[in-house]
Design a protein around this ligand. Sequence first.
Ligand code: NAD
Length: 312
Amino acid sequence: MVTGAAGQIGSELVPALRKVYGEDSVLATDICAPEGLIAQSGPFEILDATDEQSVGNTAMRYKADTIYHLAAILSATGEGDPHLAYKVNMGSLYSVLEVARQQGCAVFTPSSVAVFGASTPKDPTPQDTVMRPSTMYGVTKVAGELLSDYYYLKYGVDTRGVRYPGLISHGAPPGGGTTDWAVDIFFQAVEHGCYTCFLEADTRLDMMYMPDAIRAAIEIMEVDRSRLRHRNAYNVSAMQVDPATLAAEIRKHLPDFEISYAVDPIREAIAQSWPRRVDDTVARMEWGWTPEYDIVGMTADMIEEVSSRLSL
Ligand code: NAD
């Protein structure tokens, strides 16, 4: 069972899970009806993940054994409405963990590099380090890691998770995060040949291409539980990207592409508080994490996929 399945990650995770486990074995749910394939290629239910009773009834009806909990309010949207971010992010995680405790489900919850803050070492950011975020999103992500650990330690719920960096994809549009620019830039480059970026040219952040993120989510849930020591909070990394460097890489495919800057102080401040590069040695050692895409491979694939999407 997947919550928040209509979003940037869910719209790619659900088809991937259905490929591995069978179309009828993966229930997609979201508070909104999704566009595209996920409602047609297998079961879908409208579900508010903060409503514990509905989550419980739905999990029971479909005999869920694993919950991929993706429903959330992301960083930039969360700063626009911190009360909503708290209510959705904490409320939905609590519902899901309670249902998992009562019904014996395993739970995957993505954490984020937003758990880190200005006082965290930025390059590299260690696995175990200072976590004092300055955004409501980051606060809910730190609390989410701790709550998930608590449900494992206290009740034996099989909770697992990774700290995703910014995710780049060509499927569903990103949901109001600080790294959305790294998706928009490709659509604007292919369609218009230019892009105005809301971050500074040299603001470098850790990023990952969606196929690697999806593989991480499936692999961590498949690995033997005895191997996992840092259950809910694995740093995972793939590439380090800033707007000027990505623009130069795009220019190798679209030589006339131009980038300009209109910096948004709110998103720039959030980006400045996040790691430049996380150290993911622990994920590599404990469950064999290895990324497949670097900035070169990701850019080539994104240009091809976005071009074919826009030509349709
Ligand atoms: P998204 O914003 O694209 O999708 C979130 C989905 O949750 C949306 O479809 C929305 O309709 C749904 N939702 C919101 N409130 C809900 C509720 N009350 N009940 C049920 N559904 C609800 O987000 P995403 O990028 O797919 O992120 C999924 C998870 O991954 C989140 O926990 C996010 O914090 C985490 N994450 C994402 C990124 C990224 O770059 N996309 C990076 C790090 C971590």
